[in-house]
Ligand binder design. Structure first.
Ligand code: AMP
Length: 413
């Protein structure tokens, strides 16, 4: 079924059409109907499956026809998220899909002045997206009132637990009315998450996307057996052979990130790095350049493995395998998003073989091996030398031409 045929407001259909969203993704197909009907939902879906729009579309529709619009300091829908980046990203999706509605979306994040946020809340908001810290601050200051909130969305609940926000989830419930709709989203599920989820949802519709294979079917992923010292040649080859491709490269540490970037610089390949050593404003700038495609290569630590939506990543490269098996899923999930296709390569050295085994156990199946015959392997290592060689020759030629010009001029004199 296409979005055109859904019983949702024409204002939403119009923006979905502009975004190029024609048909729902799996999670949207399964979640939109039940949410519109007022059910609680418990969904296990990774990022990249279109799960944000799976709650944004029906929530916006419901808010358009709500009986009691928000009054001062009230929020009709609260979306609680673990990180600032996610809050900004989700607010953007609400604003984009809701652009032809009159609904107001407000994001509450720490790390910035609260005055402007208080002003935004003064007359109430339809949607509030918040990280826990600032939200509780404003509740205690009586600048935010969740008493009339009708919908609670918990996104990336597993990450909330990893970040130690478990008590915040339990606490926020005390400020919300008992009679509400709760939508609970998590990329992974275990007994701890189940216990929390069942403590806050009522008779939920349970949705699980690709339970057998945690990697989205839009992503083709391979492991390539490459020795540690040779990895840069293979990365260089991938970049050189796909000059237009947007490539996200994961490494283990920030020192490694800088080292790989320098190795690329030496062969005239421009790359940005992103890790915990960058401050907030640098991070925003780097992400913008990569998102907008100004720079096509981003070398990052696992800081960027989860949640963040970067459009049109063609390749993910695990330059180093992730130490946490779970992060493999999150890393490769940065490509092949929505209805797009993506490719992920993992460079695995001999030392990393035990890590590969753990990842495969976690995935429940083996990762296809990219066959590199010995000739291609040595060609790839020679590739750099050849490229440098030809650069060198070009340089010599240029120099010769310059010299010839100079001597012509001096003869004329
Ligand atoms: P998410 O899993 O919410 O992070 O979404 C992943 C990506 O899929 C985002 O870039 C969305 O813009 C895109 N997307 C979501 N729903 C659709 C759809 N129905 N058709 C095409 N792209 C979509």
């Amino acid at each position: 079924m296409k979005f055109e045929q859904y019983h949702i407001a024409t204002e939403l259909k119009r923006s979905l059409d502009e975004l190029g969203f024609k048909k729902p993704t799996d999670i949207q197909f399964k979640a939109i109907g039940p949410v519109l009907q007022g059910n609680d939902v418990l969904a296990v879906a990774q990022t990249g499956t279109g799960k944000t729009a799976a709650f944004v579309i029906p929530v916006l529709h419901k808010l358009m026809y709500i009986k009691n619009p928000p009054k001062q300091r009230e929020a009709k829908c609260l979306v609680m998220v673990p990180t600032r980046e996610l809050a900004i990203q989700i607010a953007k999706v609400f604003r984009t899909i809701g652009k032809y509605t009159k609904l107001k979306t407000t994001a509450l994040l720490g790390g910035v002045e609260q005055e402007h946020q208080i002003e935004q809340l003064a007359n109430g908001t339809d949607v509030l997206i918040a990280t826990p810290g600032r939200m509780f601050d404003l509740i205690y200051q009586k600048k935010l009132d969740l008493n009339k909130t009708e919908i609670l969305v918990l996104d990336e609940a597993d990450l909330m637990l990893d970040y130690g926000f478990i008590k915040d989830i339990q606490d926020v419930i005390k400020f919300l009315p008992d009679y509400r709709q709760t939508l609970f989203f998590s990329a992974t599920i275990n007994s701890e998450i189940k216990e929390i989820a069942y403590g806050i949802v009522r008779n939920p519709i349970r949705i699980q996307i690709s339970p057998q294979d945690p990697i989205s079917k839009n992503i083709t992923h391979f492991v390539a057996h490459i020795e540690m010292d040779d990895k840069r040649y293979f990365l260089e080859r991938l970049v050189t052979e796909h000059p237009e491709a947007k490539i996200l490269i994961f490494v283990r540490t920030k020192v490694r990130a800088e080292r790989v970037a320098s190795a690329m610089e030496r062969v005239q390949i421009k790359a940005l790095t992103m890790h915990s050593g960058k401050d907030q404003s640098e991070r925003a700038e780097i992400m913008d350049s990569f998102k907008n495609g100004i720079v096509k290569l981003l070398i990052t630590t696992d800081l960027n493995a989860r949640g963040v939506d970067i459009p049109n990543v063609d390749y993910v490269v695990n330059y180093d395998l992730p130490e946490e098996a779970e992060n493999y899923v999150h890393r490769v999930g940065r490509t092949g998003r929505g209805v797009q296709k993506g490719i992920a390569y993992s460079f695995c050295s001999k030392d990393e073989l035990p890590v590969l085994k753990t990842i495969e156990q976690y995935l429940g199946n083996k990762i296809n091996v990219l066959d590199i015959d010995p000739e291609t392997y040595s060609d790839t290592i020679l590739f750099t030398e050849e490229v440098n060689d030809s650069n060198w020759k070009a340089l010599l030629k240029e120099n010769e031409a310059l010299e010839a010009k100079k001597s012509k001029k001096s003869k004329k004199k």
